[in-house]
Design a protein around this ligand. Structure first.
Ligand SMILES: CCC/C=C/C=C/C(=O)SCCNC(=O)CCNC(=O)[C@H](O)C(C)(C)COP(=O)(O)OP(=O)(O)OC[C@H]1O[C@@H](n2cnc3c(N)ncnc32)[C@H](O)[C@@H]1OP(=O)(O)O
Length: 307
């Protein structure tokens, strides 16, 4: 399926991307390949990370929580990668946290007394939060492509991504209240910043009702809805190619400053931006891109050095 998507995207873009370049370059955990994630390189400078436990509807189990941090720390410093596509294998995007894992292990922390158990619980919880914060710490933009269900921790995950796309059959559910907990790995912090209406966020989080793709689009949770997964993956790859073709100095600086500004006042954001660009404006990329613009060329026709 992926090879079809790559082929169609490459044909559509007249060879701007080299197909499946990364077939010979693998990304793996210290102990070998990732198990909860599949990492491939479908086009030049594009990394595709896929949730890879389709038989359990991509539930997030022990392997997932440890591999995500390692995977995105590698991507963050990989000069071959300029943009990431994140999606799920199989029938749906994700069923959220692995309910077997949460009941058998997560809630049973070691410790001689309540304070020590709580301390350990907090440490694990912070690690789980870091699992999604890695998207924001990674300077490469992450396009998340959602099909079918996106439940519980899936919503925490997607709100930390930069661009959200979905299929017409997608639905979203802030499910945590249904399993007896307040969502604790990012939804309550990030969702209000993603969609404008606090009332809608409150309603979704307090009732755990499903939100379907048309509403997700109208409230701004996703920016595009595709008829099916194949069309969505082709669309994601095309968008990734457009980002990968631009100056990585400009793209990564844009992501970092957008996230900084989300969490700070306008004067603080402007101050950070000025300090950022006092060094980043020294890049050769500006001359190259400006020259191309004067010659009426697209920025994607310029060769920018790796970053
Ligand atoms: C505390 C740390 C912070 C994180 C908090 C996170 C909280 C959350 O994520 S709350 C949300 C928890 N998830 C759910 O409640 C969803 C449960 N699953 C479903 O409702 C359905 O499975 C689903 C609608 C997703 C898909 O339905 P479908 O008919 O397509 O598949 P099933 O036959 O139900 O499932 C297939 C196999 O997958 C296993 N499975 C599904 N979801 C989970 C899950 N969340 N955890 C573990 N396993 C899951 C299901 O048991 C089936 O397994 P098997 O019987 O062995 O085939």
């Amino acid at each position: 399926r992926m090879s079809f998507i790559v082929r169609s995207a490459v044909i559509k873009n007249q060879g701007l991307w080299s197909p499946a370049l990364g077939a010979s370059r693998t990304m793996s955990s210290a102990g070998g390949s990732f198990t909860a994630l599949s990492v491939t390189h479908p086009a030049n400078a594009v990394t595709h990370v896929e949730l890879n436990w389709p038989e359990k509807r991509n539930a997030m189990g022990r392997a997932f929580w440890s591999e995500m941090i390692e995977c995105f720390n590698q991507i963050a410093v990989d000069p071959e990668c300029r943009v990431v596509i994140f999606s799920g294998a199989g029938k749906i995007f994700t069923a959220g946290i692995d309910l077997m894992h949460i009941t058998s292990e997560f809630l049973k922390q070691e410790g001689d007394d309540m304070a020590r158990k709580s301390w350990n619980q907090r440490r694990i919880l912070s690690k789980y939060q870091d699992t999604f914060s890695v998207f924001e710490k990674c300077p490469k933009p992450v396009i998340v492509a959602i099909h079918g269900a996106c439940i519980g921790a899936g919503v925490d995950l997607i709100t930390a991504c930069d661009i959200r796309l979905c299929t017409k059959d997608a639905w979203f559910q802030v499910k945590e209240v249904d399993i007896g907990l307040a969502a604790d790995v990012g939804t309550l912090q990030r969702l209000p910043k993603v969609i404008g209406s606090r009332s809608l966020v409150n309603e979704l989080a307090l009732t755990a009702r499903k939100m379907y793709s048309d509403e997700a689009k109208s409230c701004g949770l996703v920016s595009k809805v595709f008829p099916d997964k194949e069309a969505m993956m082709a669309g994601a790859l095309e968008m990734a190619g457009e980002i990968a073709g631009r100056s990585p100095v400009a793209v990564q600086g844009t992501k970092i400053n957008l996230i900084y500004s989300r969490d700070h006042s306008v004067p603080e954001g402007l101050n950070y931006m000025a300090t950022w660009n006092m060094s980043m404006l020294q890049t050769h990329d500006i001359m190259k891109a400006a020259q191309a613009a004067m010659e009426k060329k697209s920025p994607e026709e310029v060769i920018f050095s790796k970053l």
